[in-house]
Design a protein around this ligand. Structure first.
Ligand SMILES: [Zn+2]
Length: 193
């Protein structure tokens, strides 16, 4: 079973409707409410909480929510997220070409065997390598500067040999990317949009 269940909900406050994301988490113990600067409104609640308790909690904070979100145009936000989907459709193939090129280039050094290369749009992950030796990359790789792109490629390539992040893994990475520590840190500061 998944740890988190995500639902899209709406709440009406003073005749205005605000969309929010409800995350039902198995591990969480209380209701948490976050409103972000870009208008995202997220409620996290324990998996077993009845919905009326969550609604009551939102109601109690409704004045605060309203103040934070009253100036947002949620139609514009919906359109922007449609643009983001577009971004993926448009850039997916470019990303695929770039990834394949770079994989080939760095694999001249490593000489590992891999199967499928997939380009995905994820919000939480830059890349992954499966036990079946399939490689996945986030299409947003093309928004990164080249040094970070190369690091990502090398990182996933080296997982073909070492699935975990042990010393042997980093030793492999350092063969082509001696400054990997700096790049690893740098990549952590890049936000997904
Ligand atoms: Zn890794």
């Amino acid at each position: 079973m998944k740890k988190t269940k995500i639902l899209f909900n709406r709440v009406k406050i003073k005749d205005k409707t605000f969309p929010y994301v409800l995350k039902r988490r198995r591990g969480s113990r209380s209701v948490k409410l976050s409103v972000y600067a870009d208008g995202r409104f997220v409620v996290t609640a324990p998996r077993w909480y009845p919905i009326y308790i969550i609604q009551k909690f939102i109601e109690e904070k409704s004045e605060w929510i309203f103040e934070k979100l009253k100036n947002f145009d949620f139609e514009i936000i919906a359109r922007q997220s449609a643009d983001k989907k577009d971004d993926y459709q448009k850039l997916k193939e470019t990303a695929r070409t770039l990834v394949k090129c770079k994989l080939e280039f760095f694999n001249r050094h490593y000489n590992f065997r891999y199967n499928r290369v997939a380009i995905r749009s994820q919000r939480s992950c830059w890349g992954s390598c499966s036990q079946k030796k399939n490689l996945n990359f986030n299409y947003r790789i093309i928004h990164l500067e080249e040094e970070l792109q190369n690091y990502l490629i090398v990182h996933e390539l080296c997982h073909l040999q070492e699935l975990n992040h042990g010393d042997d893994f980093w030793q492999l990475v350092s063969q082509t990317t001696p400054n990997y520590k700096k790049l690893k840190k740098q990549l952590r500061t890049v936000k997904f949009l």
